[in-house]
Design a protein around this ligand. Sequence first.
Ligand SMILES: [Zn+2]
Ligand SMILES: [Zn+2]
Length: 253
Amino acid sequence: MRGDPVLRVFRCNLHVHTCLSPCGDLDMHPGAIVEEAVLKGLDVIGVSDHNASENVGFVMNAARGKPLTVIPGMEVTTREEVHVLVLLEDLPTLSLLQQYVYDRLEGLNNEEVFGLQPIVTEDGDVEGFNQRLLIGATTIPLEELVEKVHGLGGLAIPAHIDRPGFGVIGQLGFVPPGVPFDALEVSWRLGIRGGREKYPELSGYPFITSSDAHFIDDIAKACTPMMLSEPTLPEIRRALKGEGGRFVMEDAC
Ligand SMILES: [Zn+2]
Ligand SMILES: [Zn+2]
């Protein structure tokens, strides 16, 4: 007899950078990220480098056979300089988003000013360096990005909304009400409870918190526990919507 799926708590940190991000520590290579996440008992991580994704597949490879699920993602900088955490179902879909982003991102990196952008395999081999200006803003309007991500079946979540720099409120002054964001992310310093107190007017949105880790020690600094049947993007979407018994636990991780 087939019963309802068994739900359990998954500890999700959906916003983690790798060394590919110019501001990411060089120690943030795929193997080290996975090792630390497993060690600290995370169940799910989202890999989200600034406007880039070349290391995502390697983090997924590093997690193979380990009790950790890697959700492919990217932290896209919109034309308004708003950081948006994008989560997608698989690598082919991520590569479609990547092409769209690169077509709308100008400039070359200055390694001495912004840092190196190495592409590193799960074995720690450096495959090359991304030469684009990943720290820059794309020409993609916020609303268009959300539409594009939804067209790809993904989730679009304004990142660290409480931070003055690159948060949607800091950049625009408010969360544009007509844009169908899937959730809002508050930084780990504020946490979800703090976010609820600070932004009562945003009570209609699901909140998540993440570590936004750029350094190994920060990977498990925060996470969002979610009640899911399995660690997949569709299940995370259902939790954000509060469907079918899935939900986001707003307690500390
Ligand atoms: Zn950011
Ligand atoms: Zn980030």
